[in-house]
Design a protein around this ligand. Structure first.
Ligand SMILES: Nc1ncnc2c1ncn2[C@@H]1O[C@H](COP(=O)(O)OP(=O)(O)OP(=O)(O)O)[C@@H](O)[C@H]1O
Ligand SMILES: [Mg+2]
Length: 284
């Protein structure tokens, strides 16, 4: 089966700037979650924009290599065409509101109307998308009278309503309080569990570790590690040297193994750690 996303030798610079992406290669299969991690300025957002065509169509600049999403080569399609295949959610919830809709319902319907869907289909899709993000009961509320977490879930709903092949989330929880983060992660995890194809940039590595299949570690525009989440997240020294914190259970176990010559299996999630440690201390 062809992957849904195929990035080959992608290189990019904004107009009159140095390269910000160098020789990027990765693939995402249908139903997989790819987590993108890396320090500030690594090029994570630029890479997201390369998936929906904003890079290079909107920004211009120098572009090399190839990005194919859902069978469309990004260079050969407009951002409008790509928007039906790649739905993107950014970190600032208010900034992504259309500003034209008076209610949550209208906000979700707006994109579908612009795409010319028939009325019955719009009614059906809006209902479904609102349900997917748990905003039932808020249909008549103004988008501006929602909490950050609710607004971000609304942004996800507007994207889901279009039924894109790929959902791209660029630090969707970065500006949210703990409750907002929890709400948005719950939605993302459920979507991942139900088989959505997701690319997510995330600084909350502990959360990411619970649902990412693969992880790509980006630094200064280059891929520093790429592979199954476990393989990347257990490279403790490498992550730390780039200023990225591995999950604390991973670092703890790595250090116990290293400092005390233990030979514990290295967990990447709290659940795994509980299992490994309860076995190690003989209580399970
Ligand atoms: N519109 C732009 N024009 C010129 N340079 C840009 C533009 N947007 C980003 N850059 C530069 O490209 C590089 C990568 O930025 P990008 O926003 O992709 O990084 P990031 O990994 O998402 O960082 P952060 O963690 O801060 O969100 C940075 O050096 C940044 O200054
Ligand atoms: Mg960014």
């Amino acid at each position: 089966m062809e992957p849904i996303i195929k990035v080959e030798r992608l290189a990019y610079s904004y107009p009159r700037r140095e390269l910000v992406l160098y020789d990027i290669n990765f693939e995402v299969n249908k139903g997989e979650v790819l987590g993108i991690i890396g320090p500030n300025g690594a090029g994570k957002s630029t890479l997201c924009k390369a998936l929906n065509g904003l890079v290079p169509h909107f920004y211009g600049g120098k572009y090399g290599g190839r990005v194919v999403v859902a069978g469309m080569e990004v260079l050969e399609h407009t951002v409008a065409e790509l928007s039906t295949k790649v739905g993107i959610v950014f970190q600032d919830p208010e900034e992504q509101m259309s500003g034209l809709a008076l209610t949550v319902w209208e906000e979700v319907a707006f994109g579908l109307m612009m795409l010319g869907f028939p009325k019955e289909e719009i009614l059906k899709r809006v209902k479904e998308a609102i349900k997917q993000v748990g905003l039932e009961g808020f249909e008549k509320r103004s988008p501006f009278e929602l909490s950050g977490g609710q607004q971000q879930r609304l942004a996800i709903a507007t994207v889901l309503a279009v039924k894109p092949d790929v959902l791209v989330l660029d630090e969707p929880t970065a500006q949210l309080d703990p409750i907002g983060k929890f709400e948005v992660f719950s939605v993302i995890k459920r979507l991942a569990h139900e088989g959505s194809t997701i690319v997510v940039v995330e600084h909350e590595i502990e959360e990411l570790a619970t649902f990412a299949d693969n992880i790509l570690l980006l630094d200064q525009g280059r891929v520093k590690a790429y592979g199954p989440a476990r393989d990347v997240l257990t490279q403790v020294e490498k992550l730390k040297s780039l200023g990225v914190d591995p999950p604390s259970v991973t670092e703890l176990t790595y250090l116990i193994n290293k400092e005390y010559g233990a030979n514990l299996e290295v967990p990447i999630t709290l659940d795994e750690a509980i299992k490994i440690y309860s076995e190690a201390v003989g209580v399970s």
